[in-house]
Design a protein around this ligand. Structure first.
Ligand SMILES: [Zn+2]
Length: 337
């Protein structure tokens, strides 16, 4: 009898222990296992800043601050989902390494955090004229000539542009070179550029062709997430320029074999937004918006029954005949494949 009681208590104890270890917040969704969060830019080995610059703050620092809050929000909202950062401290991580981290960890989603900037507006006005004297002709024909030359004053004012935009890799559009050059500057400044990126010319037809193929695989998912992100920004009253595509540059979006977006969280060159981007409230609001967008994205994936993303269906590694390859893709496109 005593033995029976002991046995019964033992089983009861086991049951209690088992129940207490059952996770209360279970990760039910199966569409997304790993999210890569990528804080743009970072300090160069010499200590210099490398991203956009405001009147008192730098993109490098703001990206990292938002990254940290975003990681915490995502971990809380999506228990069981692995969140991986490409840059964990203030130091820059080469772009090829960021892509490697994302690919090695088999990310299902890549979210890059950046801040925007615009050059100041140039102005000029005529403030008067100046008499300029010169001499024409030679010898006896030489004479004095005076003429009035308008005088101008030049000045700049901060560019008022503000708001958010979320980029996805777009192999169709050829625009916005300036922004692309800025976002890719770290890549070009790396010492072992050739070693790390090989002979990749991001403007070569082959690179663009491969990009196009990759774009098609992940386009819909990237575009949908970008739309969700911008929706959330609009809901909290930010000015949204919506989802955008870039062809040139944004190497990191291109090199990640997963749906990927680059979120420009606001303009550092707009003083009001610079304050917002530097505030804890602003950073938290941005992180909350992106987290909500990811949750919507998961729901959308579940509803559309799209299974986990990393199926590389026969993606050719490279092609010797670039032209034929391009034609093949164009034909596929025309046939809506
Ligand atoms: Zn940037």
């Amino acid at each position: 009898m005593i033995q029976k009681t002991i046995l019964l208590s033992f089983f009861l104890a086991i049951i209690v222990v088992l129940f207490s270890f059952t996770p209360t917040k279970e990760n039910k969704q199966k569409v997304l296992k790993t999210i890569i969060v990528d804080a743009g830019h970072g300090l160069m080995p010499g200590g210099g800043h490398n991203g956009a610059k405001g009147t008192y703050s730098y993109e490098d620092d703001i990206c990292l601050a938002i990254d940290k809050i975003l990681v915490a929000h995502l971990e809380e909202a999506l228990p069981g989902v692995k969140i991986i950062e490409t840059r964990t401290d203030e130091n820059i991580v080469p772009l090829h390494r960021r892509a490697e981290i994302a690919n090695e960890n088999h990310g299902d989603l890549f979210i890059s955090i950046h801040c925007n900037a615009m050059p100041p507006n140039q102005h000029s006005e005529q403030i008067g004229t100046k008499t300029v004297t010169s001499y024409v002709g030679k010898g006896k024909k030489r004479r004095k000539v005076t003429r009035k030359v308008p005088q101008y004053r030049y000045w700049t004012t901060p560019n008022p542009r503000k708001g958010t935009e979320t980029y996805i890799w777009g192999a169709h559009k050829n625009e916005d070179k300036e922004v692309a050059v800025r976002e890719n500057a770290p890549m070009l400044q790396e010492e072992n550029y050739k070693e790390n990126y090989g002979d990749i010319d991001p403007n070569s037809p082959e690179f663009i062709a491969l990009s196009l193929l990759k774009t098609k695989q992940f386009f819909k998912r990237s575009a949908t997430l970008a739309g969700f992100v911008e929706n959330e920004f609009t809901k909290v009253g930010r000015t949204s320029s919506g989802q955008q595509q870039r062809q040139i540059g944004i190497w990191v979006l291109q090199a990640t074999a997963m749906p990927s977006v680059l979120v420009e969280t606001g303009f550092l060159t707009n003083r009001e937004e610079e304050d917002y981007l530097n505030s804890k409230e602003g950073q938290d609001e941005i992180a909350t918006c992106v987290t909500e967008a990811v949750k919507n994205y998961i729901n959308w994936l579940e509803k559309s029954n799209i299974q986990n993303s990393n199926t590389q269906n026969n993606e050719p590694a490279s092609s010797n005949d670039t032209k034929a390859f391009l034609n093949m893709i164009e034909t596929k496109e025309k046939n809506g494949l």
